[in-house]
Structure formats: structure tokens, C-alpha cells
Design a protein around this ligand. Structure first.
Ligand code: TXE
Length: 480
């Protein structure tokens, strides 16, 4: 059985204490490999190698760092098929999705930050009348920790690693223990691209052992984390008293607000995608759909009809729209919300059942599910489900829907469907989220700030925001 290894100091290594975890294939429920459950000792080993690599890497020219990152990007593109197959096998997502979204985006992350670092500039301030000039240095931090989740494994892993490396830091990174495979394969590519030993170290294992060892490490000076809100709160509790820099990208419960004046067909097609892409396991999915009352019945009929056409199937089939959920415990969690909804007077309009895929009967498949709710206060409208379940309910006025949209603890993103300019401006201004999409969804320009407010986290990723996070500003004031 294939064993994934830690990538430390440019080598593939077994965990020091020889502890291993099973790795499951979500499409058939079988164990298909093992991964290290790395201990404090492994993290310390990774830290030692990162620390000794830092001196050289932080002084490596921007052109050279850029060249290596772009080389990693190119190698990911060359290995697209292999990486996409590994991602789909490990996560349960359709192979086609991994091929057009996950792996290309991971390549883009390296290319983007490889280029961005050559354009990153710092400020200078002339103190007029005081004969002084200030200039601000943006210095690499040192050894930083990057911890990522299972829903977009390589995509989110590299979204942190690429800016951290571009800014001259050395990295200890931990992918989710549920989806470790593509992070493991990335090590090979980094070696081939000529990334010096120790600059990137990838340790595998549980959050509570390996992740905990990273966040507790006294000399890992910044933590960039994407994952659940409860984990984010725990990380903040541990890391804040140690004065680590923190970027926390957490959960979402995003409103999708549909007005009668929108471009209906475009809205309908995009809403199917924003509801169920990646089995609904994207923090940006619009899981609360609010529809203006005048088109509610029409929308309900058309939407349900389209959702019923989605094909749940094995991830490697070309015609599969919805693959397997990531794990058995996650499937159980998501399924439980269907009963919760029913107990709260929700009406299941379609879906609601597990799917038995022929030949893969033990896989974690669930029908895409649409639930009509009568109150915005119900649990399925308040809690992050993170699966193929959306709720729909009607609204009458802008103020009413704005109130409901903001009436959750989360604040990651919102989608607005309307052609009314004044309404667009007003609602975009007043929605309590870090991101608003108008007449589109998940359109990403990597230069833009990415992140949430309220329980969706603190800090922004993307563009120069990420490079600012992964550097320390130091002001130098010179009197002349
Ligand atoms: O995430 P965790 P889980 C949401 C979603 C999901 C819920 C829980 O609602 O159902 O979170 O998912 C590491 N110290 N999102 O349990 O545990 C862990 O090993 C350091 C939203 O999978 O937060 C993994 O690498 N690290 C989300 C990473 O944190 C720790 C995407 C995320 O795992 C740790 C995924 C610790 N003590 C889930 N404990 C999004 N925002 O996109 C865990 N980890």
C-alpha cells in the first residue's frame, strides 16, 4: 500500500515516531494508502531545515525566486493529468473539475506570485520641513506555517505557499490529513524546479498533533490558515499570546440574492454552479438563496428541474457533475442537516438521499438537495453545512433581504443578481462580507483582496495583501 512521506530538507522521510494514518478513497470508501501522523519531533526537524535555508533564500534575488516559482508552475502544467487524477482520487471531486479548476489554479498561484514579487514595492515618505526621509522596508518574516483544508487541496495549499516563498520566507506546510496526496507530489516538482533544500517543508498528519505542533512552535512567526471557524478560533487562542502574525480564512454561509430584473438564464445556470460546484464544498458557495417574491415560484420550478438533471456519479466519469463527498464523517454531518431541516418545517424540494453508485456502493455520494425554508432563523440557514445542500426562500423588499443576508455569524461572500445600478451600489455597500459578486460568481482576479469579516476570519489573501502579510514592515527614518 502506497505510503506518503514528509518532505523535509528536500528529501522524502518517514515520520520519526513511525505513526501512520489511513487515507481513504471517497469514491469507494476503501483505504488506499497511508500518511504520516507527524509528531512535534518531525515539525522540529522541518523547522531546523527551514531555519538554516532562510539565510540564503531571504537573500536570493527576486529574479531567481521568481524564476523558480514560475518553473514550479510550468511543471504543474506539464503534470496536469497526473495531479488532477491524484486530486480526484483523494478528494472525490470530478476529475474534470480537478483538470479545469484545481490544478490549473495551483499552477496560476505559483505563476502569479512569481510575477507579483518582481512588482512589489515599498513606500517612502518625505517629512517635509523636518529634513528627513522615511523609507519602509518589507522584510521576510523567517519561518512561517501554512495550514490548509481538504475542499480545494492543492489550490488552497499553494495559495498560501506561493506568496510566502515569493516574499523570501521558508515554509512549514501541512495539508489536510483528509487530502494529502497532491501536496506530497508537489515536493517532487519543487526539487525538479530547483527550489533549494529546506525552503519548503511539507509535514503530514492530524490537526491535533501535527497542526498543533506548528501553531505552538515558538519560532514559527506567522500562521496562514484556511479551514473551519472553530479551528480558526483555537489557532487564534494559541498563536495570539505568542504574537504571531495570523491570517485566518474560515467558513461561510453566503447569501445568493436574486432580483426579478436579473438576466434570468445566466442567473439560473450560475446559481446551479454556485450551489453545487465541488459538491457544495467551497467556502464561497451560495448556500442561502433569496429570491424576489414575484419570480419565486418560477425560479423554484426551473431551479429544481435543473438540479434534478445533475448527475451524481464516479469522479472519473466524464458525465459526472457531482462526485463523492470528501469523507464518511463529513457525509454523515451533511446528511444530518436534512433531518434538521425537516424538523424545522423545511420542505425538501429535490434530493435528500444518499446515492448508491453501481460498483462503488460504499462511496460517499449524496443527491444535490434543495430545501425551501420558511424562516431565515432556522439552523440550515444559520450553520455552515459545506455540502450539496442549499435553501431557498422568497423576499419582498431590498431592506428585508439585506437584513436576512447579514443575519448570520459569517461574512465571507455574497452574490447579487440585478441590473439596477442604484440597488447594486447600495447593497454592495451594506452587505457585511469581504467579497460581493454582482451578476457572476467565483470570478477571481488574483490581484484582488480575498477574505471575510465576522466569523469568516481575519486578514486578506491575494495580490499584494498576501505579500504584505508575509513580510514585516520596517520604517527607516533618516535626517539630512
Ligand atoms: O476543518 P479543520 P475540517 C469548514 C466546514 C467543515 C468544517 C470542519 O464547515 O465542515 O470546517 O472541517 C488543521 N492546529 N471548512 O474538520 O479541522 C487540519 O488538520 C492546527 C471550511 O476538515 O478546520 C486541516 O489541515 N491545525 C473551509 C485544517 O486545519 C489544525 C474548508 C482544516 O481543518 C488543528 C474546510 C489544530 N489544532 C472546512 N486542528 C473553508 N473555509 O474553505 C485542525 N487543523
Amino acid at each position: 500500500m502506497a505510503r506518503i512521506k514528509n518532505y523535509i530538507n528536500g528529501n522524502f522521510q518517514n515520520p520519526i515516531l513511525d505513526n501512520w494514518l489511513d487515507n481513504y478513497n471517497p469514491s469507494n470508501g476503501e483505504v488506499y494508502g497511508q500518511i504520516p501522523n507527524s509528531s512535534k519531533e518531525d515539525v522540529e526537524k522541518a523547522y531546523t531545515s527551514a531555519k538554516s535555508a532562510f539565510k540564503l533564500w531571504s537573500q536570493t534575488t527576486l529574479e531567481e525566486r521568481s524564476r523558480i516559482l514560475i518553473k514550479i508552475s510550468e511543471l504543474l502544467e506539464v503534470n496536469l493529468q497526473r495531479f488532477a487524477e491524484a486530486e480526484s482520487l483523494d478528494n472525490g471531486k470530478p476529475l474534470n473539475l480537478a483538470k479545469v479548476v484545481d490544478i490549473p489554479r495551483a499552477a496560476s498561484n505559483f505563476r502569479f506570485f512569481g510575477n507579483a514579487i518582481t512588482q512589489f514595492a515599498s513606500e517612502s515618505h518625505e517629512s517635509v520641513g523636518h529634513q528627513a526621509i522615511n523609507y519602509t522596508l518589507r522584510q521576510s518574516i523567517g519561518v512561517v506555517g501554512c495550514i490548509s483544508p481538504w475542499n480545494l487541496p492543492l489550490y488552497l495549499f499553494t495559495w498560501k505557499i506561493a506568496p510566502a516563498l515569493a516574499a523570501g520566507n521558508c515554509v512549514i506546510a501541512k495539508p489536510s490529513e483528509v487530502t494529502p496526496m497532491t501536496a506530497y507530489l508537489l515536493g517532487e516538482i519543487c526539487n525538479e524546479a530547483g527550489l533549494p533544500e529546506g525552503v519548503l517543508n511539507i509535514v503530514h498528519g492530524l490537526g491535533t498533533t501535527t497542526g498543533q505542533a506548528i501553531i505552538e512552535h515558538p519560532n514559527i512567526k506567522a500562521i496562514s490558515f484556511t479551514g473551519g471557524t472553530a479551528t480558526g478560533a483555537h489557532i487564534a487562542k494559541v498563536a495570539a499570546p505568542m504574537f504571531k502574525k495570523l491570517s485566518l480564512e474560515l467558513g461561510g454561509k453566503n447569501p445568493n440574492i436574486i432580483f426579478a430584473d436579473c438576466d434570468y438564464e445566466d442567473m439560473l445556470n450560475t446559481t446551479v454552479r454556485s450551489s453545487f460546484a465541488n459538491q457544495g464544498q467551497i467556502c464561497l458557495c451560495g448556500s442561502r438563496i433569496f429570491v424576489e417574491a414575484s419570480i419565486f415560484e418560477k425560479f423554484k420550478k426551473d431551479f429544481v428541474e435543473k438540479v434534478r438533471q445533475l448527475k451524481v456519479g464516479h469522479p472519473s466519469n466524464d458525465d459526472t457533475n457531482i462526485g463523492a463527498l470528501v469523507s464518511k464523517p463529513h457525509l454523515e454531518k451533511v446528511k444530518a442537516y436534512i433531518d434538521i431541516a425537516k424538523n424545522e418545517n423545511g420542505t425538501v424540494l429535490c434530493g435528500g438521499n444518499e446515492v448508491s453508485v453501481k460498483g462503488y456502493e460504499n462511496g460517499y455520494y449524496l443527491e444535490p438537495t434543495v430545501i425551501e425554508v420558511t424562516s431565515d432563523e432556522c439552523r440550515v440557514n444559520q450553520e455552515e453545512i459545506f455540502g450539496p445542500i442549499v435553501t431557498i426562500m422568497p423576499f419582498n423588499t431590498e431592506d428585508e433581504v439585506l437584513e436576512m443576508a447579514n443575519n448570520v455569524k459569517y461574512g465571507l461572500s455574497a452574490t447579487l443578481w440585478t441590473n439596477d445600478l442604484k440597488r447594486t451600489m447600495k447593497l454592495s455597500n451594506q452587505l457585511q462580507t469581504g467579497i460581493v459578486w454582482v451578476n457572476t460568481w467565483m470570478m477571481r482576479d488574483l490581484r484582488t483582496p480575498f477574505g471575510g469579516v465576522k466569523a469568516s476570519g481575519v486578514g486578506r489573501e491575494g495580490g499584494f495583501e498576501a505579500l504584505r502579510f508575509f513580510t514585516e514592515a520596517k520604517n527607516v527614518c533618516i535626517k539630512y
